[in-house]
Ligand binder design. Structure first.
Ligand code: AMP
Length: 450
């Protein structure tokens, strides 16, 4: 257990490493895995005042908890840190020196393009096992087959199963960090045993979204199969560890399962996506105050992202979720960032994406502002699909010539004015989210929506 060098400021989040029962009335008992918020120091530098998630306050011993930090090395996180790509047999042997039985790495086979080679250090010698790729599966002995390298490595970590030794220690590629280790180090790794998956509540592009239970709290869980896409999600999950705002769907933690699945656990948003919410309730149920409140909720989240130099790239009512208390929260922020850059343009959400982003992939806070204008239109039209009656292929050419959608029926002129400013063809001329938030607050203060 390490001592504390500097004191943690109020607001710091900690995760309990051990159970703590407390000995006096002033102590705050907790269980391993609980998230506690520091609220102040005590006379003893080894103790802090803290609050638990249900609001109880008390003293906690600093060495029983781990500070939760944002994961900063997003781009370097790897699910396969032992994978070294195209290196030669000699390079592999050099990397596995000095000998240490069970030290291993995987490289791309030089002799058999498309296959891989598992290199394992064993009693002073390096063994090279060819991994053949056959019918979409991988195998060393042609008896046991695996879906991917992770599953193969997981198998031989448990059991030598014919190899000279079981795999004990990965030789991590320089410049990469094992995702699992990094999420643990920063306090974001959750315990798989404490997560129960209940039912599928949504289908994302990259896997199922499930309703689950984590230590008694209802949660939403994105289950992503390990592959290249999971790799992209890792970088973005690491961004989520750095963001906290009441109008952003909050990340609760991540589980990196060795052999197949990445779980991204977030707060549960009982009322589902904003677009479905608007469509199902409609004009008769949702008043102007409600529409303005949703607009402001989203704007505040975007102002926070703007201040933190983070670009969402896929802002749309389908990516905003509604909580039990009717708070709109932006979700999927950045999750599609990597994906969209590899997508062909046909797959980009054309109707939401700013012209310069479609044309030159120039994504910025200002291209998010464009999308925000479309989102406002969606809100005030109760979830209609933008650019009604215009064939998709005609949307971009018309928008490029300056075409702007008409106001939705009953939309207050001041709100429509905001939409039009968001749709300025010159990104620089579009307002900032900060300004948009101020305008919306003014509208609310004047009760103009009524
Ligand atoms: P996504 O892949 O994020 O677009 O999610 C697909 C669908 O799953 C959404 O439209 C929601 O209906 C549902 N969903 C995603 N995240 C959550 C969440 N945090 N809480 C409740 N439902 C969610």
């Amino acid at each position: 257990m390490s001592g504390i060098q500097t004191s943690w400021p109020p607001g710091t989040e900690c995760v309990a490493k051990y159970n703590f029962q407390g000995t006096t009335e002033q102590d705050l008992p907790f269980s391993k895995g609980d998230v506690l918020t520091i609220i102040g120091v005590t006379k003893d530098p080894n103790w802090y005042k803290a609050r638990n998630p249900v609001g109880r306050e008390g003293a906690i011993p600093a060495n029983y908890v781990q500070k939760r930090e944002g994961v900063k090395s997003g781009g370097k996180l790897s699910l396969m840190p032992w994978f070294h790509g195209k290196i030669t047999r000699e390079q592999a042997e050099r990397l596995l020196y000095p000998p240490e039985t069970g030290l291993f790495l995987v490289r791309e086979s030089t002799n058999y393009p498309g296959d891989y080679t598992l290199c394992v250090s064993c009693e002073g010698k390096v063994e090279h096992y060819r991994i053949i790729y056959h019918n979409g599966k991988l195998s060393i002995d042609e008896e046991e087959y695996f879906q991917n390298l992770m599953q193969l490595v997981e198998h031989y970590t448990k059991d030598a199963d014919g190899l000279c030794t079981r795999l004990i220690n990965p030789k991590v590629m320089e410049g990469t960090v094992a995702a699992k280790d990094e999420f643990s180090r920063s306090g974001w790794a959750l315990n798989r045993k404490e997560l129960q998956l209940r039912k599928i509540i949504g289908k994302g592009e990259f896997g199922d979204v499930m309703e689950g239970d984590y230590r008694g709290t209802k949660v939403a869980v994105k289950c992503i199969k390990h592959d290249a896409t999971a790799q992209a999600f890792l970088a973005e999950a690491s961004v989520m560890t750095q963001l906290r705002h009441n109008n952003l769907v909050q990340l609760l933690g991540v589980i990196v399962e060795e052999k197949g699945i990445l779980y991204i656990v977030t707060e549960y948003m009982a009322k589902g996506s904003l677009v479905d919410y608007l469509r199902s309730r409609g004009r008769t149920v949702l008043g102007g105050d409600c529409l303005l409140k949703f607009s402001l909720d989203v704007c505040e989240a975007m102002e926070y992202l703007e201040a933190n130099n983070f670009v969402h790239r896929d802002l749309a009512a389908r990516n905003v979720l509604v909580s039990d208390e009717n708070i709109a929260k932006v979700s999927d922020f950045g999750l599609t960032k990597e994906a969209s850059s590899t997508q062909d343009t046909a797959k980009l959400p054309v109707k939401w994406t700013a012209p310069e982003a479609l044309r030159e992939k120039k994504f910025s806070t200002k291209s998010d502002v464009w999308s925000y204008g479309i989102l406002l239109w969606e809100i005030y039209s109760f979830g209609r699909v933008p650019y009604p009656r215009i064939p998709l292929k005609d949307v971009v050419p018309r928008v490029e010539k300056g075409y702007k959608m008409d106001p939705p029926d009953g939309c207050p002129p001041m709100v429509y004015d905001i939409m039009k400013q968001c749709w300025n063809l010159d990104p620089v001329a579009r307002p900032s989210f900060r300004l948009l938030r101020e305008r919306l607050q003014q509208i609310r203060a004047k009760d103009i929506y009524l």
